[in-house]
Design a protein around this ligand. Sequence first.
Ligand code: HSE
Length: 444
Amino acid sequence: MNKQPIRLAVLGLGTVGTGVVRLLQANFAEIKRRTGRNIVITHVGTRRTRDDIDKHIKQSADLLQIVVADDVDIVVEVIGGTGVAKDVIIEAIKHGKHVVTANKALLAEHGNEIFALADAHQVKVAYEASVAGGIPIIKIVREALSANKIDWLAGIINGTGNFILTEMREKGRSFADVLAEAQALGYAESDPTFDVEGIDAAHKLTLLASIAFGIPLQFDKVYCEGITKITTQDVKYAEELGYRIKHLGFAVRRELDNGEQGIELRVHPTLIPADELLANVNGVKNAVLVDAHPVGQTMYYGAGAGAGATASAVMADVTDIVRMLNNIGENSNPNFVPHLAFLPQHLDNTRILSSDEIISGYYLRVQVKDDVGVLAKITHILSLLGIGIDAILQKPAHELGEVPIIIMVDPVLEGKMNEAIANIEALDSVVDKVVRIRLDELVE
Ligand code: HSE
């Protein structure tokens, strides 16, 4: 076996980059026992020179020069974003370097182009760290479940959002206070609106959906709603009804009434039964529940963000590439596991459904004047549209004579739900916009 060391360039020395440097220092011998090779960092890309980095490692802000250097075999991109990160990855691929990245935004938005380029240049672009931090979910869906037909998956895939919802529910802490803590702990994105508006989860869901269903990456078609409108009042009512509110990403393959296949891609707050495992995933932890045939439901849980968890996923990808390099021959293809799980020529164009075509249960909170007959009018609107009611909770009137009515309805087309909500809001007794949160029983 070729005993030359494998040389890494680590681009970006933020939370994750620093985690990678530390992990390699700490677990160098363990990784060598698994790969048979020394893995060394020859370059780090950083704007500011750091004196806590080994003096044998070259430090530079000139990333484009680093990725073409002769003493680099694998480029680890942990800068983030879709600007300079894209340029350096493309340059690295063109120079025949393998790439490991944690950059979900870049792959969700430009992955089709990047993977095609990598295939053309016979290099790997590995991205385990881009989804669910330390949970090896890419490997699981792409390889371990490869004999299954995946029907749907649902995941808590943003650690910051889950941390905020958990602290609001358990401690009644304010949104801003918890977000500041997530930022201080290095969990939040550099632009935290990506976490709280659901964009980060939508990036990750885009990747999961492609490897689950064999479709091109289509971030622009994900329905995306964040957690900023969730109130402690709704969290409390959900609890009373036996549910918890979680921010979930759903990728669902469905047969439509006309017999065609369609795919729902959506991230939004969701009520799920409080006794479901997923409902008990708290703090910065992530979890992904996969419903596949014939294996049934399987669930994967772990730290979704943070230096150690993300570095673990980055270095697992490096290990995979090193093993591949140990065995590669003249005609071997480094992408024997296709980037998007299915062979590029076999990706299909199953239609991504519009938000009106989504099917979901709903929790509705309707704020009404305490008038006689208002509840009957609301239930009449629902029944006219064939929407089944699962539960109703009416709270006592407060001093203004207003009452919150909570209604949980059975799964229905979102277009129909929108129509019902518009009709309810038009009633004289209804004093505010209807609060609507989707609801899912997560049944097989
Ligand atoms: N901001 C992300 C999160 C980091 O909170 O999950 C990991 O992708």
